[in-house]
Design a protein around this ligand. Structure first.
Ligand code: SF4
Length: 345
């Protein structure tokens, strides 16, 4: 019997896990990644919440399982169109046919919010203002710290909800993972600079996952991170490369002014589903939410199939999600693809 083929777009955790599950079921998988390396954002993360497991351990485990003869990983490959062809789907780059398959899984993940859009925080202008993703690179020693590492007691601020829950930038949704990421990063900062004064400016703390609340408690009680409810109004240059921030502590009802050595912007997730201008994008654009994430026909009971037979979606291109939920969704979607392919056989 001819092996049925599935194309997966995106080799982040959702694409890798779906590919592994489908390959183990006996399907031939072509896994397309537009970057030079697979792994998505996981490849650029230091440790994970809530247990601070090294991100490279998780990625290495996925990559080892993906060394399956049924999987072909093609990196540096941008797909610009997905078009129906009878009961099959054709993937194209410009007008060139790349492959024809029995099902397509869109697992293109998310992009991080562009912090430069929040001009009031001075990202891209002041070197002391970095994003949460850049802070991960600092933890991995891939960049120099933006302040003198020998400072006795650096002052560091973290700002929540940058690009999320913000009508001004058009993103009303909560990005779900950045509160716990801020807590994890605040602890990592205290481990790196034990005498640092770390402040976390939040709107409200959304610590919904198992172990998250405990981590938040640990950050306050053991690491003495100061959580301040209030949104920063602006950041401006102070002496040297330092940053002055103004906020209102809405619990205490008083204005605050602090001079910091580094300001970290907790950037939210934004959609990354961008396929070219071909007819495929019409197939995929129809079910978009206004904010650009893919809207599934039945979110409660049918969370992986688009209305077109053979077209599936997994992971963060449906909306903000944690890594464990991405992996579970990828496994469930692989099973759904298997059911579909068995039906059409
Ligand atoms: S998870 Fe927290 S920081 Fe992220 S958008 Fe939601 S409330 Fe804001």
């Amino acid at each position: 019997m001819t092996q049925q083929k599935v194309a997966i777009i995106g080799a982040g955790p959702a694409g890798l896990q779906s590919a592994i599950s489908l390959a183990e079921m006996g399907f031939l998988v072509q896994l397309f990644e537009k970057e030079k390396q697979p792994g998505g954002h996981l490849a650029h993360w230091h440790v994970l919440f809530p247990d601070r497991q090294p991100a490279n351990e998780v990625l290495d485990a996925l990559m080892i399982s993906a060394m399956n003869p049924n999987i072909s990983l093609i990196t540096g490959a941008e797909i610009s169109a997905i078009e129906p062809s009878g009961r099959k789907w054709q993937l194209k780059k410009a007008e060139t046919l790349i492959c024809e398959v029995d099902a397509v899984l869109l697992a293109s993940g998310f992009k991080l919010f562009d912090a430069a859009q929040k001009e009031e925080y001075g990202y891209g202008i002041y070197p002391a203002v970095v994003t949460s993703s850049e802070l991960e690179a600092l933890f991995m020693h891939q960049k120099p710290w933006p302040f003198n590492e020998n400072l006795e007691s650096p002052k560091i601020g973290l700002v929540h909800c940058v690009g999320s829950r913000d009508a001004k930038c058009g993103n009303l949704y909560c990005s779900k993972v950045c509160c716990v990421t801020a807590v994890k990063q605040a602890i990592e900062l205290k481990k790196t600079f034990p005498a640092a004064q770390v402040y976390s400016f939040y709107m409200d703390m959304r610590m919904f996952g198992l172990g998250y609340e405990e981590l938040y408690h640990q950050a306050q009680m053991e690491y003495r991170v100061q959580f301040i409810r209030g949104r920063l109004s602006e950041a401006s240059p102070a002496d040297g490369q330092r940053i002055q921030v103004k906020a209102e502590d809405t619990l205490m009802g008083r204005p605050l002014k602090l001079t910091l050595d580094m300001l970290v912007l907790m950037v939210g997730m934004t959609p990354s589903v961008v396929l070219g201008n071909g007819s495929a994008s019409v197939e995929l654009k129809k079910p978009m939410f206004a904010d650009g994430f893919v809207k599934m026909p039945g979110q409660a009971l049918d969370d992986s199939r688009l209305q077109k037979p053979g077209l599936f979606v997994a992971g963060a291109c449906k909306g903000p999600v944690t890594l464990p939920d991405v992996v579970k969704d990828a496994k469930a979607t692989a099973l759904d693809i298997c059911n579909y392919l068995t039906e059409v056989l």
